[in-house]
Design a protein around this ligand. Structure first.
Ligand code: ADP
Ligand code: ADP
Length: 223
C-alpha cells in the first residue's frame, strides 16, 4: 500500500482530534479527504508526514512505518502543508534551488529538475519574480512545485485550493492532475465539489472518525 493508516489516534489534552481511524490508498489512487474544519484532516496528514507523533496506532507510507523508519517514508512523500511557509524575499527559481538542496539534490540534476517543475506548475512567467510579489494562486503553485521537486511517489496535499478564486482553483487542479499522474495522492478539502473534480474515491472524516470510505459512484448511489 502507498498509504496505510491503522487505528490512528491523536489526543490533545482531553480531546481526541483523531479517534482510531483506519484507511489505505493503493498505488496511483487519487483520494479526497473530506471533512469540516476541525475534523482531524491536518492532524492525520501531519502524522503521515512525520511532523506529529500519533498517540496510538500505525501510519505507513510506501510500506515504511513513519515512526520507525521516518527517513525512507519522508523521502517518498511530497507534502504541501495547509499554511505553507514560503520565503517571500526569495526569487522563485532561487527558492526552488534552495528547497532542492534541503532534499539533498544538487548540481545540474537539481537545475534541470527545477526547470522541469517550473514548467509543470506553469511558473515560467513568474520564475524571476520574488515570491512576495506573486498572487495567491501562483504562491500555491510554488508550494506545489516545492512538494514535487524530489519526485515523490506519494503526494499529501492539505487544502491546496482553499482561499483561491475559481480560476486559480481550476489551474491548481490542472497542476495536481498533471503532476499527480502515476502518483498516489491524498488531498484534503472541506468542499465536496473539490473531490468530485479530482478524485474517484472519498474518505469522509468527522470529529476524528472516518464516517465514509467509498467510490464517488457508491456515495451517490447511497445518497
Ligand atoms: P482539520 O484539518 O480537519 O481542520 P485539525 O486536524 O487541524 O482538523 O484539528 C482537529 C482538532 O484538533 C480540532 O478540534 C483542533 O482544534 C484540534 N487541534 C489541532 N491542533 C491542535 C494542537 N496543537 N493543540 C490542541 N488542539 C489541536
Ligand atoms: P537531510 O538533511 O538528511 O537531507 P531532511 O530532513 O532535509 O534530511 O530531508 C530528509 C528527507 O525528508 C528528504 O529526502 C526529503 O525528501 C524529505 N522531506 C524534507 N522535508 C519534507 C517535507 N516538508 N515533507 C515531506 N518530506 C520532506
Amino acid at each position: 500500500m502507498s498509504i496505510e493508516v491503522t487505528n490512528l489516534t491523536k489526543v490533545y489534552g482531553s480531546q481526541r482530534a483523531v479517534d482510531g481511524i483506519s484507511f489505505s490508498l493503493k498505488k496511483g489512487e487519487i483520494v479526497g479527504f473530506l471533512g469540516p474544519n476541525g475534523a482531524g484532516k491536518s492532524t492525520t496528514m501531519k502524522i503521515l508526514t512525520g511532523y506529529l507523533r500519533a498517540t496510538e496506532g500505525i501510519a505507513k507510507v510506501s510500506d515504511f512505518d513513519v515512526s520507525k523508519e521516518p527517513m525512507p517514508a519522508r523521502r517518498s512523500i511530497g507534502y504541501l502543508p495547509e499554511h505553507n511557509p514560503l520565503y517571500l524575499d526569495m526569487y522563485v527559481t532561487e527558492f526552488l534551488l534552495f528547497s532542492g538542496k534541503l532534499y539533498g539534490m544538487k548540481g545540474t540534476s537539481l537545475q534541470s529538475r527545477v526547470e522541469e517543475v517550473i514548467v509543470l506548475c506553469g511558473l515560467e512567467t513568474e520564475k524571476r519574480k520574488k515570491i512576495g510579489q506573486l498572487s495567491k494562486g501562483y504562491r500555491q503553485r510554488v508550494g506545489l512545485a516545492q512538494s514535487f521537486l524530489h519526485n515523490p511517489s506519494v503526494l499529501i496535499l492539505d487544502e491546496p485550493t482553499t482561499g483561491l478564486d475559481p480560476n486559480q482553483i481550476q489551474e491548481i487542479r490542472d497542476v495536481i492532475r498533471t503532476a499527480g499522474k502515476d502518483k498516489t495522492v491524498l488531498f484534503s478539502t472541506h468542499i465536496m465539489q473539490e473531490v468530485e473534480a479530482l478524485c474517484d474515491r472519498v474518505i469522509i472524516i468527522s470529529k476524528g472518525k472516518v464516517v465514509n470510505d467509498s467510490s464517488l459512484q457508491e456515495l451517490r448511489n447511497t445518497g
